[in-house]
Design a protein around this ligand. Structure first.
Ligand SMILES: O=C(O)CCC(=O)C(=O)O
Ligand SMILES: [Fe+2]
Length: 200
């Protein structure tokens, strides 16, 4: 067994006033390839409009909300109603829960069709997530950079989110840090991201 491609290889991310952990090969290449294909075609992807300074734009990515309850999730003037978890999402959720010891209720999925799709600076601090939320973020498909920026100090951090990887953000990360997925001119292939959350 190659220890350095093992699912439990863990890289702590240096994030003062927060806490994040990265598992580069949480899913092996074959599992990740097949989950990417299944999720691409089986998820009910939608493109919502968002309002920025009073103007309406199509969101620069596709999204979908799945859950094991009917609780809605609202952010950036959008309220999403969940579909019930699919079998594949339940399998991924179970594997993520084994490593985080959490019971996630909800998954917000993002499909970045190419490098023109993005996710602007924000923190996942909506009140339905509660205090100090743990967010487990799984990536499939094209690698993309993920940036962190401290809210009040001159601190930055970035990491490349690989195919089959898991990033966990917890503790005071959302309180003290913003994150974004910037555009990238070179990227022409899609990436799927799943963020597991608890919405009670
Ligand atoms: O695509 C990503 O890695 C980030 C997604 C994200 O930050 C979010 O959906 O809140
Ligand atoms: Fe986020």
């Amino acid at each position: 067994m190659d220890l350095f491609t093992h699912q439990n290889q863990h890289i702590p991310i240096t994030l003062p006033d927060g806490e994040a952990h990265y598992y580069p090969s949480f899913f092996d290449k074959n599992e990740a390839d097949s989950l990417f294909e299944i999720l691409s075609s089986s998820i009910q992807w939608q493109q919502d409009d968002i309002k920025v300074f009073g103007k309406v734009y199509p969101q620069p990515r596709l999204t979908a909300l799945y859950a094991n309850n009917n609780n809605t999730y609202s952010y950036s003037n959008i309220t999403m109603q969940p579909y019930q978890f699919t079998n594949e999402l339940l399998i991924i959720k179970k594997k993520v829960e084994q490593i985080t010891s959490e019971h996630f209720t909800t998954c917000l999925l993002n499909l970045y069709r190419d490098g023109q799709d993005s996710n602007g600076w924000h923190s996942d601090n909506e009140k339905e997530l509660g205090k100090e939320p743990t967010i487990a973020s799984v990536s499939f498909g094209e690698e993309r950079w993920f940036h962190f920026k401290h809210k009040t100090k001159d601190l930055k951090q970035k990491l490349l989110l690989q195919h089959g990887s898991l990033l966990i953000m917890k503790g005071k990360t959302q309180e003290n840090w913003l994150h974004q997925l910037p555009k990238s001119k070179k990227i022409q292939k899609p990436r799927i991201n799943l963020t597991f959350r608890i919405i009670k």
